[in-house]
Ligand binder design. Structure first.
Ligand SMILES: CC(C)(COP(=O)(O)OP(=O)(O)OC[C@H]1O[C@@H](n2cnc3c(N)ncnc32)[C@H](O)[C@@H]1OP(=O)(O)O)[C@@H](O)C(=O)NCCC(=O)NCCS
Length: 161
């Protein structure tokens, strides 16, 4: 069984697993945060954790998640969100760090993600966690929902030094 860790905010970070209530709460947070779904459609009990969740306390409601998918030697962060009432308390950082630990343990050489160039909070979080801006991709997102003509940064954190 995966270890449960406390974030600096004292939220609990753990793999999503097969808790259906937590699954519904994570999907609700996804749906209220993004114009698109960022969580993967299927969760396997015995697969390495693809999704990590944050709970305000042990067994409490889901207040954050990070969703990942494996892409050969790279682990991609496909979505990360923290409930607006709990932001700036270190939960996003704790979720990124849980992903980094998992990626290292599973032998990935890097972690990468796409983020809107207009998303200052997320870009600042990733930069603090040693992701670099590898490339700007024009029109990556729909201009209906995203600023800057839908431009995205491809941000990468190398895990091998
Ligand atoms: C991006 C997001 C996940 C950050 O989560 P969070 O829990 O608020 O972040 P943390 O409290 O762990 O912040 C860690 C660091 O990130 C940076 N940061 C986070 N939010 C920031 C903001 N609004 N402005 C500037 N820097 C910010 C800071 O460097 C911060 O460290 P500090 O508080 O010591 O200064 C959250 O804002 C969110 O859910 N946004 C909506 C969804 C989203 O945009 N997801 C990213 C898609 S790619």
């Amino acid at each position: 069984m995966a270890r449960v860790r406390k974030s600096p905010s004292s939220a609990v970070i753990e793999p999503l697993g097969s808790d259906l209530v937590a699954l519904a709460q994570a999907y609700a947070l996804d749906a209220t945060t993004f114009p698109h779904c960022s969580l993967p459609p299927i969760f396997g009990d015995d697969a390495p954790p693809a999704v990590w969740i944050a709970r305000a306390d042990r067994g409490g409601a889901v207040i954050g998640f990070v969703a990942t998918r494996a892409n050969r030697t790279t682990l991609e962060i496909s979505g990360i969100a923290v409930d607006s009432a709990h932001r700036r308390t270190g939960i996003g950082r704790a979720l990124v760090r849980a992903t980094t630990r998992s990626a290292r343990a599973r032998g990935f050489s890097s972690i990468e993600l796409h983020v809107s160039t207009g998303n200052e909070a997320a870009v600042a979080l990733y930069a603090r966690e040693r992701f670099r801006k590898a490339r700007r991709i024009e029109g990556y997102y729909s201009t209906r929902h995203f600023p800057d003509g839908g431009d995205a940064w491809l941000m990468v954190r190398d895990l091998v030094s």
